[in-house]
Design a protein around this ligand. Sequence first.
Ligand code: G1P
Length: 292
Amino acid sequence: MLTKVVIPVAGLGTRVLPASKAIPKEMLTVVDKPVIQHVVEEAIEAGFREIILVTRSGKQAIEDHFDHHYELEHELTRKGKHELRAAVNDTLPDDVEVVSVRQPQALGLGHAVLCAQHIVGGDDFAVILPDMVIDNPDGLRDLSAMAERYRSSGKGQIMVESVPEEQVQRYGIVDCGGTTVGAGESAEIRGMVEKPDPQDAPSNLAIVGRYILPGKIMSLLENTAPGAGGEIQLTDALLELTRETPLEAYNMRGRVYDCGNKAGLLQANIALGLRHPETGEALREFLTEYKW
Ligand code: G1P
């Protein structure tokens, strides 16, 4: 059963300061919802039912967003604003649970995932990096496709996309032994490296922040030494895992927006805003007329 998803939200959001000084970067909005709600909806659509937030002090607004707000619900009901009340209530379906654990120190993504070990137990689970908002305008979402692929093959899946060569040092890069992986397809991973120098990168296939992983990864993370940037890297534990069990790289079909940086957040707002029934027309008109 694949029901648990770990979402690390303990980052400080330095790339979107000063916006993220007093509110978590995950609460910045894309059109009408905070970034975190977009990714939680993606997880729910893919069949996940237990959302495990790995959080820190100062990030309570994220938990509040998925909780009831009785005063607001009462006021909206009293004023007959039923649609708005539903929007406020619908942040989380009744059969989905959000729990949180703390990451006491910023020791890296691998460490953040390990902080959820006692909740994940031995189950297979997913990891979603909330900065990355994935847009699949034409149908099946990539995370859902990955989950299907995992369910049919039993193999862990890591979402990747091709990036320009000069950007490889920003990402975990996977080596599929030179196999061409078509969009929407998976191929076995032969190696991977976190943030390589371009001349050492085995390919240009970058990890984009969606993973479906065997429970076994937790015990490997326990023994993972600090790697790139002095942090405990999930990529290093995954490389270790490939020595025991096959893992696949899933090449995404959609488009990813890095909402942990200013340009990505604006692009996501434009792309999703152009398709939103309440904002699409006005935004299209504005972009057509705007002179710069
Ligand atoms: C993390 C992962 C990296 C991945 C990236 C995607 O790095 O360690 O492998 O490619 O997310 O955004 P970070 O961006 O946290 O440095």
